[in-house]
Ligand binder design. Structure first.
Ligand SMILES: Nc1ncnc2c1ncn2[C@@H]1O[C@H](COP(=O)(O)OP(=O)(O)O)[C@@H](O)[C@H]1O
Ligand SMILES: [Mg+2]
Length: 288
């Protein structure tokens, strides 16, 4: 009876420790031949942080929400959609469909009543809307309804962009394109840009950052912009004798099992559609 009491008491003292920590403590105290409050406290704190990490990981996995890209066939490559709040870099040489792909992303959002913003350096609003008419999307209707807004990126400072994000409160945002910041290292570190990123993350806004490349997939090269996002999508076009081949490859998508092989895509009368065909001869390369 006495023995039982002691073991109960001992157990009660250490109930807050994990089994592993308790084993370490027992071993140490056994060897040292006495109690060690310092070690017990240290193990206790270690357990607490571990427990915390486990909890946040679990809640992260269970609450991961995926956003439809709006491009048929694309979401099959990324477990059904883009993790909400991701910054996705869309890159490739000029004329490879990056702008179209991004407009399609906003259009899908508008259909789902999710507000979208388009910050454009390259084209003016009218040109963008016209581009959409080609595919039978009436973007101007969404602009009139205020569900999509188009801004001339070049006229805005990062502070103003952060303000717009706060006041408009969109679900989806596109920056087309950000190569205008010539020095990527400075750009990544700049406090004003960090403020934009912070706002995107805080408000769980899913964003596309378009960057231009002077080389295609075959170069197997990366630039500094490629590493700034949670995701990286490479778009390319291969000129052949008969017709041009368009390719899209997911290089990275945080929290997602990706099919990273380049896939053929085409421009249909409705926009871009991604096939499940990976042409041979295009090797896979990955980014961390
Ligand atoms: N219906 C279509 N059929 C084939 N190619 C098209 C069609 N519509 C647009 N394109 C091609 O798509 C490219 C423009 O797409 P865009 O999204 O503006 O590319 P990026 O933003 O990468 O420069 C052009 O090269 C154009 O030839
Ligand atoms: Mg473009």
């Amino acid at each position: 009876m006495e023995k039982y009491k002691i073991s109960m008491k001992k157990k009660r003292i250490h109930t807050t420790l994990s089994e592993e920590a308790y084993r370490i403590l027992q071993k140490f105290e056994g060897e040292a031949g006495g109690k060690n409050a310092v070690l017990e406290k240290a193990l206790h704190n270690l357990d607490k942080t571990r427990y915390k990490a486990k909890i946040s990981l679990r809640s992260f996995i269970s609450t991961i929400r995926r956003i439809e890209s709006g491009t048929p066939g694309f979401d099959n490559l990324i477990e059904g959609g883009i993790p909400e709040g991701s910054v996705v870099v869309i890159t490739g040489p000029p004329g490879t469909g990056k702008t179209t792909f991004s407009l399609q992303f906003l259009k899908r959002g508008a259909e789902l009543k999710e507000k979208g913003l388009y910050f454009s350096f390259e084209e003016d609003a009218e040109q963008l809307v016209q581009q959409c008419f080609r595919f039978g999307w009436n973007l101007s209707k969404y602009v009139e309804d205020g569900i999509i807004e188009i801004f001339g990126f070049s006229l805005l400072t990062s502070e103003e962009i952060a303000d717009i994000l706060e006041s408009y409160n969109p679900k989806r945002v596109v920056f087309d394109s950000i190569n205008i910041f010539s020095n990527m290292q400075d750009f990544r570190k700049s406090s004003s840009w960090r403020a934009v990123l912070k706002t995107l993350k805080k408000n769980k806004i899913t964003s596309f950052m378009i960057t231009e490349k002077q080389y295609g997939l075959e170069a197997k090269r990366f630039d500094n912009f490629d590493f700034m996002g949670d995701g990286l999508v490479f778009m390319d076009r291969v000129v052949s004798e008969k017709e041009d081949i368009f390719l899209i490859a997911v290089k990275k998508m945080r929290g997602t099992k990706i099919d990273g092989r380049p896939k053929l895509f085409r421009f249909s009368e409705k926009g871009i559609e991604v096939s499940d065909i990976s042409p041979i001869g295009f090797t896979i390369f990955k980014v961390g």
